[in-house]
Design a binder for this molecule. Structure first.
Ligand SMILES: Cc1cc2nc3c(=O)[nH]c(=O)nc-3n(C[C@H](O)[C@H](O)[C@H](O)COP(=O)(O)OP(=O)(O)OC[C@H]3O[C@@H](n4cnc5c(N)ncnc54)[C@H](O)[C@@H]3O)c2cc1C
Ligand SMILES: *[C@@H]1O[C@H](CO)[C@@H](O)[C@H](O)[C@H]1NC(C)=O
Ligand SMILES: *[C@@H]1O[C@H](CO)[C@@H](O)[C@H](O)[C@H]1NC(C)=O
Length: 617
């Protein structure tokens, strides 16, 4: 294993060693990644099986939720389970935490973009934000930045209060512990303590830049306690807890399916398999199978018990609508006969963070420094900057708008990143920043390679809601994504206060000691608002509307009496038999944190509910 890893890294990085980080470098690295992927075809569960014509359960999408669910359901040796994934295999290159950004440029990303708007994403090409999504075994858990949070107990208590029995924090806590394999030495030891023996490894990064230390210290100097934000109190500052084990990415594929290799003959996995439709009998309103495209050929596969959609918050609503489950009027517009008239695709939520750049005099993460023989060597010894998950190093949580009821329920999270946009050309591409704006804001610092870090103020409980719609009835086409950021004025207001909170930290002694100061460049389109005024920051947020990639809510969980609900509390689609949704789509409200962990929880809980409903306990 160690040897294979060594060879892959040598293979992946040999071309980059000693080379300057130019545009060519980017393409070299992408080519290396692709080559690594082809040569190091990792088989989690062998997919060279011949498909049966019928399974007990068909799980669509091998992402965060899908891998966990397929692994749990196939624990019953009597059930035949099929897991279908549109993307290909994971590769060792994807395991290297620091290169998370690069993966967005490759074929392992669906490469979605939001529809243009005049209210947000204004610094991006065509006023459209890039919305990456994993298209690979492990789904978005292979593209993500590995930040690990459970979010807040009030999030789950709210889900439960909306008429979803079983989802209060006390009731879901055992499912968090079930998947958590926490290696955090100073974690909470009380009732919110983490699980220690689950499949998903959680650890601190073993390398830090000085800006991360300064961030943690400055936050404490401003009065925020240091603590375990996944424990009893979320309102604290901490070095990042990450889904990293032994220094490498711990995707859902690695956590749940690698250990099953060669051991689960009743679990079939098929990669490069695009599901185009769920088959539903319009008379009995019962799901009985799927249509899937494999090697250019369409196949029908039947499900004796259930079809389960785990295709994520963009593709799950797309598939439901393609199958006749969705808003009847919209379905007719694109020529699809409605079978169940449900609010599919509505309630789309995301976390945005208008990040700010802070210059400093301590050393920051620079690709030119990282892709060196020394850095690769220390990666192989289990250390070094390549182990930092995409540069993210520390988090803090604030309830800026908190009243009596919500004072322990944060509305802003600050994310501390040990590098900056002007130090890494790839970020210009992944965020899709316009060349003229990039030049005005970052050009000079980019040429000087000035040391800098970023603070991303992420709004945690947005009130705006977007929507996913079909472009047409063709399953190959991307759906239309309306992000609707800032549609509710609260979101812009809290974003501005988040920026101001981040800026205020710069006065603390820990930041002064590294000579931390705001990048002194004003966005031309916002200049009329003056320096650092609320109006300036609001304009800034409308331009640098960075997504933190937490799309969710598009097949909302809620009781039958709620016209906006798509699935019930057991995640069964209302009005359709034998069809469930198990992924980020079901969240009625997006949780106040990063959702990868909460989605593992959803999958673990769903697996138990499905086992109960089919009398296997
Ligand atoms: C760049 C990025 C950074 C992120 N950073 C973090 C982070 O640091 N921390 C955190 O907690 N969260 C993070 N997230 C979010 C988190 O990773 C996702 O919310 C989570 O992985 C979603 O899980 P899911 O099971 O709902 O969907 P996914 O993991 O996206 O899985 C869906 C799967 O279904 C497959 N699929 C879709 N349609 C079809 C079809 N028709 N046929 C067959 N297969 C199909 C997809 O290819 C994919 O593999 C990040 C996400 C991204 C993209
Ligand atoms: C990490 O590596 C060590 C040594 O190679 C190994 O014993 C251990 O099982 C690994 N841990 C995980 C979580 O795989
Ligand atoms: C960084 O700046 C601070 C404050 O101006 C100064 O005290 C310190 O010596 C500087 N450190 C370096 C390494 O230049």
């Amino acid at each position: 294993m160690q040897l294979i890893l060594l060879c892959t890294l040598a293979l992946c990085f040999s071309d980059a060693l000693g080379q300057s980080y130019t545009d060519n470098g980017i393409f070299d690295i992408m080519e290396m990644l692709a080559r690594g992927q082809r040569q190091m075809n990792l088989e989690s569960v062998d997919d060279r099986v011949s498909l049966l014509s019928e399974y007990d359960f068909i799980v669509v999408g091998a992402g965060t939720a899908g891998c966990a669910l397929a692994a749990r359901l196939s624990e019953n040796p009597k059930w035949k389970v099929l897991l279908l994934e549109a993307g290909g295999p994971e590769s060792y290159a994807m395991d290297v935490p620091i290169i998370a950004h690069f993966l967005q440029l490759g074929e392992m990303n669906w490469k979605y973009r939001t529809q243009p708007s005049n209210n947000y994403c204004l610094a991006m090409k065509d006023n459209r934000c890039n919305w990456p999504r994993g298209k690979v075994m492990g789904g978005s858990s292979v593209l993500n930045y590995m930040m690990y949070t459970r979010a807040n107990r009030k999030d789950y208590d709210q889900w439960s209060r909306l008429g979803n029995p079983g989802w209060s924090y006390d009731e879901v806590l055992p499912y968090f512990r079930k998947y958590e394999g926490s290696l955090i030495p100073d974690a909470d030891t009380g009732y919110a303590r983490p699980g220690r023996r689950g499949p998903v490894k959680i650890s601190y990064s073993s390398y830090r830049t000085p800006s991360a230390d300064a961030f943690v210290e400055a936050s404490q100097q401003s009065g925020l306690p240091r603590g375990d934000y996944n424990g009893e109190s979320q309102l604290s500052v901490s070095y990042l807890q990450t889904t990293i084990g032994n220094g490498t990415r711990w995707s859902s594929n690695r956590a749940y399916l690698y250990p099953l290799k060669g051991k689960r003959s009743n679990l079939h996995v098929k990669k490069n398999a695009l599901v185009t439709k769920v088959l539903i009998d319009p008379q009995t309103k019962t799901a009985y199978g799927i249509m899937v495209q494999i090697d250019g050929r369409m196949k029908k596969v039947l499900a004796r018990k259930e079809v389960i959609l785990s295709a994520g918050a963009i593709n799950t609503p797309q598939l439901l609508m393609l199958s006749g489950v969705g808003p009847a009027k919209h379905l007719r517009e694109v020529g699809i006969k409605p079978i169940a008239d449900l609010a599919v695709g509505f309630n789309l939520q995301d976390h945005l963070a208008p990040g700010i750049t802070i210059l400093c005099n301590s050393s920051s993460l620079k690709p030119s420094l990282m892709l060196t023989t020394e850095a690769v060597g220390s990666f192989l010894r289990g250390q070094g900057p390549m182990r930092i998950p995409g540069g993210v190093e520390a988090l803090s949580f604030y309830a800026l708008d908190g009243n009596e009821r919500t004072k322990d329920w944060p509305d802003v999270e600050l994310i501390s990143v040990g590098g900056a946009i002007h130090l890494n050309d790839v970020l210009k591409l992944t965020f899709g920043i316009r060349t003229d704006i990039y030049e005005q804001m970052f050009g000079e610092e980019s040429r000087q390679q000035s040391n800098a870090f970023m603070i991303l103020p992420m709004i945690l409980r947005p009130k705006s809601r977007g929507r996913i719609k079909l472009r047409s009835s063709n399953p190959q086409l991307h759906p239309l994504i309306y992000a609707n950021y800032f549609a509710d004025p609260y979101d812009l207001n809290i974003a501005v206060r988040g920026i101001q909170q981040a800026v205020s930290l710069l006065d603390q002694p820990a930041f002064q000691a590294i000579n931390a100061r705001l990048l002194d460049k004003q966005l031309p389109a916002c200049r009329q608002h003056g320096r650092q005024t609320s109006a300036y920051w609001a304009c800034y947020a409308r331009h640098f509307t960075f997504t933190i990639y937490h799309y969710s809510g598009t097949a909302k969980m809620g009781p039958q009496s709620d016209p906006s609900a798509v699935v019930d509390a057991r995640l069964r689609v209302h009005g359709i038999r034998n069809l469930r949704v198990v992924d980020a789509s079901i969240m009625p409200y997006l949780v106040a944190g990063h959702p990868n962990g909460p989605i593992f929880m959803i999958a673990e809980k769903a697996a138990d509910m499905i086992k109960q409903d089919h009398n296997y306990v």
